[in-house]
Design a protein. Structure first.
Length: 283
């Protein structure tokens, strides 16, 4: 199946990045948000990213204009009717996703492919919520989408070979490096990353060192681009807490259990950079 037009459900941090790379790769890209305010904010984020890239000499003005020219927004599902592939990047809530798929299926063609950018939910369960489980898969991007090269491609039990191959090739056409991940909570990257982050919190709780010393230790001693607490603040403590709970529910192993400190920080609203306060202060 040839993909020419791509729809993106959601124009938040992940959705706007996904829409940007799709348009930059030459696909006609239509991004849908719930209202004009959210849509304008998302499209504005894309425009600012590209303008900053031009100012820094990392993006040509022609490339910026080409990307923006291939991108359009809508607040209706009917605006996605011509899409060959729809990438869902909305809130991590199973019922919200089910409702979105039901609305989409009244509009798109029977052969349109659906993929979810979920970081934690079961792809097979999401596929079962649609009327096209054989044309459904997972496509997990990483933040910030325009800069991160990796994409995890996840097969549901019902995903056809043709769908899998088409989605894998599509990810590669975006200039990404796709890998195949199993349909298990956390896929590959978060399955390895989340226990590391949770263990760092436990170690800090037990007095292993200061936040700064632990972060410096992993950066300078292991060559990581950022330490675990800087990364936690960047990802969002609520996001990490949510994923950890899903993984613990699935595996029931202590390494996936959220530490008490993480729970309390989420309850206190200290979610990281997005709230101005996490393990570090961003005021």
């Amino acid at each position: 199946m040839q993909i020419k037009t791509v729809g993106v459900l959601g124009c938040g941090l992940m959705g706007s990045g996904i829409a940007q790379v799709c348009a930059a790769a030459g696909y006609k890209t239509i991004v849908r948000e719930v209202d004009e305010i959210a849509l304008d904010k998302g499209l504005g984020r894309i425009r600012k990213f590209l303008d900053d890239g031009v100012a820094k000499g990392k993006v040509s003005a022609d490339a910026r204009d080409k990307t923006l020219g291939g991108l359009s927004g809508t607040t209706t599902f009917s605006g996605l009717g011509e899409c060959d592939l729809v990438i869902e990047a909305i809130i991590e809530n199973l019922e919200d996703k089910r409702q979105a798929y039901a609305a989409l299926e009244k509009i798109v063609r029977p052969d349109t492919l659906f993929v979810s950018n979920t970081s934690s939910l079961c792809i097979t369960e999401l596929a079962a919520a649609s009327s096209r489980p054989d044309r459904f898969g997972g496509l997990h991007f990483f933040n910030p989408v325009p800069l991160m090269k990796l994409v995890e491609v996840i097969r549901a039990l019902t995903t056809s070979d043709e769908t899998y191959q088409t989605v894998f090739a599509f990810a590669r056409s975006l200039g990404k490096e796709p890998i195949t991940a199993p349909d298990r909570p956390g896929f590959i990257v978060n399955r390895l990353l989340v226990p590391y982050l949770l263990d760092a919190i436990r170690a800090y709780e037990n007095g292993l060192g200061t936040l700064d010393d632990i972060d410096k230790g992993m950066k300078l001693g292991c060559g990581y681009p950022m330490g675990p607490f800087t990364l936690l603040d960047f990802v969002g403590l609520d996001t990490t807490y949510y994923i950890a709970n899903i993984m613990f529910e699935e595996f029931r192993e202590p390494q996936y259990a959220p530490p008490p400190l993480l729970k309390r920080m989420v309850l206190a609203g200290r979610l990281g950079k997005k709230t101005g306060q996490g393990f570090y202060s961003y005021a």
